[in-house]
Design a protein around this ligand. Structure first.
Ligand SMILES: CC(C)(COP(=O)(O)OP(=O)(O)OC[C@H]1O[C@@H](n2cnc3c(N)ncnc32)[C@H](O)[C@@H]1OP(=O)(O)O)[C@@H](O)C(=O)NCCC(=O)NCCS
Length: 163
C-alpha cells in the first residue's frame, strides 16, 4: 500500500482504528500472545484516556489515516516502564516496530524512568528484537494460561536506561 507512514501520539479519535488493529492481531491466533477479549469502542476510549491522563506514552503509526502499528509504555513501580507493541502483519519487518520502540524509549528517559521491560513469550519469533536493542532476559520463566486456554511461558526482558 502506497502512502507516507506517520508516527504520532495517540488521540481519542484513533480508538476505532486502534481497535481494528488489535482485532486483526487477535484474529491471527498467535500462540505466543496473551490475547484478551476485544474491547468495545467505549472501553478502548477509556483505555486510551488512561494513558493520556497518566502521561504514559502511547504512539501510533498511521498509513493513510489507518493505524498499522502501536506501542505503549506503562509506568510501573520504582521508575520502571512496561513496554508493549504490535504491528499489523502486512507491515512487519520494515523497521516500524523499531521506530515506535525508539519513541517510547526516548519518552521513558524524559520521564525519568531508569528501566524499560517487556514480558515476552519464549515462543515469540521476535525475541531477537529485544536482544538487539540491549535488553537482557531474566532467568525466571513465568507461566500463564490465557483466557482462550493457551498456555504461555514468558520471560521478562529488561533494558537499563541512561539519561
Ligand atoms: C514484534 C513486532 C511488533 C515487531 O515489529 P516489526 O515492525 O516487525 O519489527 P522491526 O521491523 O522493527 O524489526 C527490527 C528487528 O527486530 C528483529 N525482529 C523483529 N521481528 C522478528 C521476527 N519475527 N523474527 C526474527 N527477528 C525479528 C529483527 O532483528 C529485525 O531486524 P531485521 O528485519 O533487519 O532483521 C511484530 O512482529 C508484531 O506485531 N508481532 C505480533 C505482536 C507481538 O509479538 N508483540 C510483541 C510482544 S508483546
Amino acid at each position: 500500500m502506497k502512502g507516507r507512514i506517520e508516527v504520532k501520539r495517540v488521540e481519542l479519535s484513533d480508538a476505532e482504528s486502534v481497535l481494528a488493529l488489535y482485532r486483526s492481531i487477535i484474529e491471527e491466533n498467535l500462540p505466543y500472545i496473551m490475547n484478551t477479549p476485544v474491547p468495545s469502542t467505549e472501553q478502548q476510549i477509556e483505555f486510551i484516556s488512561g494513558f493520556i491522563t497518566r502521561r504514559d506514552p502511547f504512539f501510533v503509526a498511521k498509513l493513510n489515516g489507518e493505524v498499522i502499528g502501536m506501542a505503549s509504555g506503562k509506568k510501573a513501580d520504582m521508575g520502571r516502564m512496561e513496554f508493549s507493541f504490535s504491528i499489523h502483519r502486512a507491515h512487519r519487518r520494515k523497521g516500524l516496530g523499531a521506530k515506535l520502540h525508539q519513541r517510547i524509549e526516548q519518552e521513558a528517559k524524559e520521564l525519568g524512568c531508569f528501566e524499560l521491560f517487556a514480558m515476552v513469550d519464549l515462543g515469540n519469533p521476535s525475541r531477537p528484537f529485544y536482544a538487539k536493542r540491549g535488553y537482557v532476559a531474566d532467568m525466571e520463566i513465568h507461566s500463564f494460561i490465557s483466557f482462550t486456554g493457551i498456555s504461555l511461558k514468558a520471560v521478562t526482558y529488561r533494558k537499563a536506561l541512561s539519561p
